[in-house]
Design a protein around this ligand. Structure first.
Ligand SMILES: C[S@@+](CC[C@H](N)C(=O)[O-])C[C@H]1O[C@@H](n2cnc3c(N)ncnc32)[C@H](O)[C@@H]1O
Length: 354
């Protein structure tokens, strides 16, 4: 009925795109309010009144939002048969992603979208006109982005961002560690390794290797709070440093996971040049990134990231051919590229210093 009406009025695809931000905002607000954590502690459900008083919200507005959230199938609305009172419950298959401390939690990603991406996207018109995000950062956060004053060194990016990266990276890193046989590398350094999720996966997959995470001071400080309490931590070391300025820790394999896409070509050339310089012959570089198809019209998840890299960072997503060319331009050989099974367009690429 709804589809029929929409197709007679406006195409559903356009209506969905036009109203998409409303769904996002409802997701942001209910996640910020920790609604799904609250409902998880009440498996028999809660009334709008109970939720509104626990969270100190306006009752009518709470009811309206809860009905919307039930309508878009993030929670369930039931009725107590005797009293006909409405109760709201988590849907187990979705709530696990919306609670803060589940292993596959998306809360970090949602907070990042709510607090960083959404305010910046409101300035997309300025970004298109100027070709950069300088004005967007200034208007959204009062932050002056310059080459030296990059966002990774600001308070905007910090704990929330690292948490978000850790959640994604913990899911994809075991696959990245296994894509190629890396057992011949005894010293691995994960450049811009953030929370250490990839480093722990590498240490677990290659018990004979030592693994170093090299990242900025804020990241190393935050990463220490997330350290898993098991034996892998013995072989994972954190070193504070700047990948553009400081000497790389020694290694015969340097890894970059979700790093190259953050930067424009000029910066990527600096990174690859430095990597080549610090490697001995026979050493290798491994890059893990989402790939664009060769026409740059898909897949959709990489297109979203490609927009984000323009709005948030000054980077871009690239095709396999572009990565191969970048690496070969800096003297790397034997380029190989494989998808990280089960993670869409996420790929691992490796190339050697001859
Ligand atoms: C997109 S995150 C990727 C984190 C991690 N590799 C992962 O896949 O989860 C980018 C990382 O690069 C780090 N980073 C940014 N600029 C850096 C710099 N100049 N020197 C060292 N690390 C840097 C950030 O602190 C952050 O941890």
């Amino acid at each position: 009925m709804e589809n029929e009406t929409n197709s007679r009025l406006w195409p559903t695809v356009l209506v969905d795109i036009n109203n998409g931000f409303e769904k996002s905002q409802v997701l942001f607000v209910t996640t910020e309010l920790q609604l799904y954590d609250l409902l998880a502690t009440h498996p028999n459900g809660m009334t709008a009144n109970e939720i509104a008083s626990r969270k100190e919200l306006n009752l009518e507005a709470t009811e309206r939002i809860l009905d919307f959230v039930a309508g878009i199938k993030l929670i369930k609305k039931d009725f107590k048969s005797e009293s006909k009172t409405a109760i709201y419950k988590n849907l187990p298959q979705i709530a696990t992603f919306l609670q803060s401390s589940t292993p596959n939690s998306m809360v970090g990603a949602i907070m990042h979208a709510s607090r960083i991406k959404y305010p910046l996207y409101q300035h997309l018109m300025t970004i298109i006109k100027t070709g950069n995000h300088t004005e967007a950062y200034k208007h959204a956060f009062g932050f002056d982005v310059t080459l030296e004053n990059n966002i990774y060194k600001s308070d905007i990016y910090s704990a929330t961002f690292l948490q978000f990266m850790h959640q994604i990276s913990s899911i994809t890193s075991p696959g990245v560690a296994k894509t190629f046989d890396l057992s011949s590398f005894c010293e691995i350094c994960d450049l811009g390794g953030g929370s250490g999720a990839l480093a722990y996966a590498l240490a677990s997959e290659y018990p004979d290797a030592t693994v170093t995470v090299f990242d900025l001071a804020y990241a190393v400080e935050e990463a220490k709070k997330i350290t898993p309490d098991d034996t892998q931590r013995q072989r994972v070391k954190f070193v504070v440093g700047d990948i553009f300025q400081d000497e790389f820790p020694p290694a015969n394999l340097y890894t970059f996971a979700r790093i190259i896409h953050d930067w424009e070509d000029e910066k990527v050339h600096q990174l690859l040049q430095r990597t080549f310089k610090y490697l001995k012959s026979g050493g290798a570089v491994l890059i893990a990134e989402h790939l664009l198809n060769e026409t740059k019209t898909g897949p959709l998840e990489t297109l979203f990231l490609n927009m984000n890299m323009m709005v948030e960072m000054s980077g871009r997503e690239r095709t396999e051919t572009e990565y191969r060319q970048l690496l070969e331009q800096h003297g790397f050989v034997d380029f190989q590229c494989k998808s990280v099974g089960g993670h869409g367009s996420f790929h691992t690429m490796i190339a050697k210093k001859p």
